[in-house]
Design a binder for this molecule. Sequence first.
Ligand code: NAD
Length: 248
Amino acid sequence: MHDFDLKNRYAIITGGAQGFGLDIARRFIKSGSKVRIWDIDETELKKASQDINSENLSYDVLDVSNFTQVKNAVEKISENTNIDILVNSAGITGPTAELWNYSIDDWSRIIEINLNGIFYSCKAVVPHMIKNNYGRIVNIASVSGKDGNANASAYSSSKAGVIGLTKSLGKELALNNIAVNAVTPAGANTRILNQMSKEHVQRMLSKVPKGRFLEVHELTSMVCWLSSEENSFSTAAVFDISGGRSTY
Ligand SMILES: NC(=O)c1ccc[n+]([C@@H]2O[C@H](COP(=O)([O-])OP(=O)(O)OC[C@H]3O[C@@H](n4cnc5c(N)ncnc54)[C@H](O)[C@@H]3O)[C@@H](O)[C@H]2O)c1
């Protein structure tokens, strides 16, 4: 596997203790970047940090749905370094149920983490990127934000919101050297799938023409390019990685 050129870059990856975020962290470090992971799960953060065992990895235990925590973390980091890259991967699916049976608390929590969390991270980080006239932001949305999934209205809505946020912010920053893009993966076999029923996961899989789950490293590869300086013209865009499920 080749490396991308991320030498001397500093990246924040939210939700990086596991799954997509952790794999992206590994490949960023291998490609020369310093990485700071933000995650709410301290146990998994410690495990990830021991496993990667690199001086280029550090972390904060924080909740992306808490703007004060996010802002304080950014202020601390920016005392010592530019922030070149932000990958927003923290997310939850919540339970699977019809909209009319969805609990208001579950709905709110999903929107708060998946959508507001990205708003908060971008709100805190973007002023620093503007000051340095450089930045690459990648938001992990989902194919469900384009197509909608039955019994996942909150999740699908939050991811549709992430797509709208990405398009707006990308346009706002188009004259700076700051690219903002979203990716829309189909299902991948990470811990997040445990939050949904087995039937729901099977239904998701049955919609994928390639007939299999996305491999985590396949998404990482796309995120690496989008996060690199080589991505100099794509912004406010949505990159599909759904094995043919979504063709737009
Ligand atoms: N795996 C899939 O099938 C799939 C498909 C499409 C999109 N996605 C999206 O990809 C992203 C990553 O998912 P994953 O599959 O790696 O899941 P995962 O559960 O393996 O990882 C998500 C990480 O986010 C962290 N997190 C959750 N809430 C948080 C909070 N409030 N603050 C900070 N960290 C928090 C978790 O602790 C976890 O480490 C999510 O946004 C998810 O919606 C996943």
